[in-house]
Design a protein around this ligand. Structure first.
Ligand SMILES: Cc1ncc(COP(=O)(O)O)c(C=O)c1O
Length: 377
């Protein structure tokens, strides 16, 4: 029997209280009982998003809400700016192009952060741009973009700002309204400490105006249907009732801890993870590391084997690199229901794995570094 530790940047482990809710009998979704839960969940989402805007729920993975943010704001041949710095930023480009939208890219090399000044320049040069799409925490590389600064830049124009906060929400400071973000998308399986399958999207007044002119095809992802149902505490199609009931519990836990305390908790875990990586002799990857996942460069001779060995021998799952970073980095997550003890277990097993793969590590050093960082809070 192998005990498993899920330290991947999504899905993340879920608290037992939330798991128990997922085991309850199914509710019917056109009932007052469900409507009351739905209303409470939506209010809770507004708290986590830090917004007064309505937040809609849909049965999809996070990418579904990304597609919704393209299909509802744009028309064929519209121009948008995509500021990407990794695999998930590039997904905006792929979705937009599959809908026949013209993409002006201010993307940067993977590992760097996007440049607000470049976005400002591109907006000036292309006054017809309808929207700017970017990513908060770029999970594929482990960096965080300066969304507050980008919000200031975009708010001065007619364009709307759309942010993928799928992995960063609830894990690192994020303020939809204060940072002037028009559309925020997220998903259930990361900071929300829930099983995969639910996506969330918020729309500002400025974004709503764009939806009026949008001519891209849509049916399941038509935001107007979601808005109409929202008024009666419903969703237009059968919602994943089980996940929504469980989400009420995870939001209760987030509120109980307080969103700012949650941000601080992950900040501390990130600090400990970075110290541990350095103590292992691994160079951190990424220009501005985020607080929900820590990426480090690994020797390419063993890069492909670390994740597999760690999982198979010790039951600890972390992630490797994606795309051209495959075999070159490892990504150790500290998002969702992950605590100090999980981090120590993860690094102890990583040390053993690296030693077994022939990497020169001083056993115990990473764990000691993580402990020192955790105690120094
Ligand atoms: C930043 C970011 N964007 C988008 C996605 C895609 O979300 P999903 O796999 O839920 O469709 C992920 C998931 O890893 C992500 O971390």
């Amino acid at each position: 029997m192998q005990k498993h530790y899920l330290l991947t940047p999504g899905p993340t482990p879920i608290p037992p209280e939330v798991a128990l809710k997922e085991a309850l009998p199914i509710l019917h979704h056109r009932t007052n009982e469900f409507g009351t839960i739905y209303k409470d969940v939506v209010e809770g989402l507004k708290y986590v998003f830090q917004t007064k805007n309505e937040v809609y729920l849909l049965a999809a993975s996070g990418t579904g809400s990304m597609e919704m943010a393209i299909a509802n704001l744009l028309s064929p041949d519209d121009e948008i700016i995509v500021a990407s710095c990794g695999n998930f930023g590039d997904r905006w480009i792929k979705i937009a192009q599959s809908y026949g939208v013209n993409v002006i890219s201010t993307s940067v090399e993977w590992g760097k952060v996007v440049n607000p000044a470049e976005i400002e320049k591109a907006l000036k040069e292309n006054p017809n741009v309808k929207a700017v799409y970017t990513t908060f925490t770029e999970t594929s590389t482990g960096v965080v973009n300066d969304i507050k600064k980008i919000g200031e830049v975009v708010a001065k124009t007619n364009a709307v700002l759309v942010v993928d906060a799928i992995s960063g929400l609830a894990g690192q400071e994020f303020r939809t309204d204060d940072w002037k973000i028009d559309v925020v998308v997220s998903g259930s399986q990361k900071g929300f400490m829930l099983a995969p399958g639910l996506a969330f999207i918020s729309f500002s007044e400025k974004a709503w105006k764009l939806t009026e002119a949008s001519k891209l095809p849509k049916f399941y992802f038509d935001i107007k249907k979601y808005k109409k149902s929202y008024a009666t505490n419903e969703t237009p199609f059968t919602p994943p009732v089980t996940l929504i009931v469980a989400l009420q519990e995870s939001i209760r836990l987030i509120k109980e801890r307080g969103i700012e305390n949650m941000w601080n908790d992950y900040k501390l875990l990130a600090k400990a993870a970075r110290s541990a990586m350095k103590a292992l002799g691994l160079e951190l990857f990424g220009e501005v590391p985020c607080e929900v996942v820590t990426s480090a460069c690994v020797p390419t001779e063993i890069g492909g084997k670390i994740v597999k060995t760690l999982r198979e021998k010790y039951g600890v799952s972390i992630a490797g690199g994606q795309g051209n970073l495959k075999g070159k980095i490892i990504r150790f997550a500290h998002m969702g229901y992950i605590g100090k003890a999980d981090l120590l277990v993860g690094f102890a097993c990583l040390e053993m794995t690296l030693a077994e793969l022939g990497f020169n590590v001083e056993k115990g050093k990473a764990v000691a570094a993580a402990e020192a960082a955790l105690l120094d809070s």
